[in-house]
Design a protein around this ligand. Structure first.
Ligand SMILES: N=C(N)NCCCC[C@H](N)C(=O)O
Ligand SMILES: O=C(O)CCC(=O)C(=O)O
Ligand SMILES: [Fe+2]
Length: 429
């Protein structure tokens, strides 16, 4: 961390600049992301005080310590070289919470806590903080198809624990992991080794545990039968299942709230994505590991380094919990360029799925994305997919149809059929 400012002589604030993310190729850092914390105070520093002592004393003195999120509305700025410090921003600039990567607008970085707190309140939109989140959410979904959320209420410690336990599982020997192997007989639930999952005919360089919400045989007139089975949780690490189940509950509730925000953003009733559409949401959890990059295979041939080929997700909204220290997820923007989703600790990367694209008649695009782990280190990602009701019949919402000129751009889909057709063709057997 770098500290700058006026060293407490007589001014009003110090800036504490943390490096919170960086992009690394073969050990060479090409870009870095910083966050700025401002410490507002009136007192001058005492001689010999350390930064932390000073901060503590100011807190005690009733001075306000504000974080980058409160002060800069979550604005992040990517810089190259890592030698320049971000300049001070005007309040107007501070209110523009975009994430920039390689000089381009990548996504909107949303501090969604007002929405999380008030989305079930009938007058939520009268709250100016909620209205602001909703405006930004609309912009994110329209222009980027993809955004980061912070202020979501899921403890950072839990988010990190979920990744840590995932690393522990993938570190186990193959014989241990394959005990919970996925097959068509397990309802496509369980562990798949590297190369078994395929995207557009090409094996992906990832291993994973796939989990789905429970389905019983014959439910929905048998629509879900290929996915019937109980989830195959590892027994080692021993608290794996418990932790993931706790996490699933929180992700489901958070997603429902974000979908309320998206409904407000679209100008449809706040509960438009509940009831028949997603009042009984299906979910998918993929616990994924991507081996570190090795550019040459044992046979001396260049290796396929694509961790997951370009695809869109199938449902409404995806919450991606990714390792903090490797940049691997890439998102294609509206101009067709691939942009890296540099990790921002404590955030989820959210992207829009196929069902939301249909519901909005294309106002929101389902985001094409892929994963390339160029880091020499093993990367994990725990992706939570919030989907519609399994048997939901999905076609554009009236308001969205009107807004887009009245012509249906996409075929009506039954979510469960879409999911089953994807899952049953995703494996190399
Ligand atoms: N449940 C979801 N969304 N899973 C996404 C997996 C994407 C890769 C898959 N092989 C494919 O081709 O779709
Ligand atoms: O690993 C990631 O960051 C994203 C994974 C993903 O896109 C998926 O599983 O659908
Ligand atoms: Fe995906």
């Amino acid at each position: 961390d770098l500290h700058t400012g006026n060293n407490g002589q007589r001014g009003t604030e110090d800036l504490c600049i943390h490096r919170i993310g960086w992009q690394e190729t073969e050990g060479v850092i090409s870009s870095e992301v910083y966050e700025v914390e401002a410490v507002v105070y009136q007192l001058s520093a005492k001689n010999g005080e350390t930064w932390d002592e000073r901060k503590q004393r100011r807190r005690k003195d009733g001075c306000k310590v504000v974080t980058g999120d409160e002060r800069l509305s979550g604005r992040r700025r990517e810089m190259t070289g890592g030698t320049n410090l971000p300049e001070r921003r005007t309040p107007a600039e501070a209110a523009a919470p975009e994430v920039v990567s390689g000089g381009k607008l990548l996504a909107v970085n949303l501090y969604i806590s007002p929405l999380v707190a008030k989305c079930d309140d009938p007058n939520a939109m009268e709250d100016k903080d909620v209205a602001e989140v909703v405006t930004l959410l609309d912009r994110a979904c329209r222009d980027a198809g993809f955004f980061y959320v912070k202020g979501h209420g899921i403890p950072d410690s839990l988010i990190k624990e979920v990744r840590d336990i995932t690393h522990k599982f993938f570190d186990l020997p193959y014989e241990e992991k394959v005990k919970i192997e996925l097959s068509n007989e397990t309802g496509y639930r369980g562990y798949q080794r590297v190369g078994v999952n395929i995207t557009k005919g090409v094996p992906d360089r990832h291993e994973a545990i796939d989990c789905y919400r429970e389905l019983n045989k014959g439910m929905y007139a048998g629509l879900g039968d290929p996915l019937v089975g109980t989830n195959k949780w590892p027994t080692d690490p021993n608290n794996f299942k418990k932790l993931m189940e706790e996490y699933l509950v929180l992700c489901t509730e958070l997603s429902r709230k974000i979908m309320r925000g998206i409904a407000l953003a679209l100008g449809v009733p706040v509960d438009a994505f509940e009831g028949k559409i997603a009042g009984d949401p299906f979910w998918v959890l993929r616990i994924i590991g991507y081996p570190g990059a090795t550019s040459i295979s044992d046979e001396g041939l260049p290796k396929n380094d694509v961790g997951c080929g370009a695809h869109t997700d199938y449902g409404l909204l995806t919450l991606v919990n990714q390792d903090d220290d490797k940049t691997a997820l890439q998102v294609r923007n509206l101009s067709g360029e691939w942009i890296s989703a540099v990790p921002i600790p404590g955030t989820f990367v959210c992207n829009i799925g196929d069902m939301l694209k249909i519901l909005t008649n294309g106002i929101y695009e389902s985001t094409l994305h892929r994963v390339i782990n160029n880091s020499p280190k093993f990367r994990v990602c725990v992706a939570y997919f919030y989907e519609t009701n399994f048997d939901a019949v999905i076609s554009p919402l009236d308001t969205c149809l009107k807004k887009t000129g009245g012509n249906k751009k996409l075929e009506t889909a039954v979510y469960g059929e879409h999911l089953v057709s994807k899952v049953t063709t995703n494996f190399s057997y």
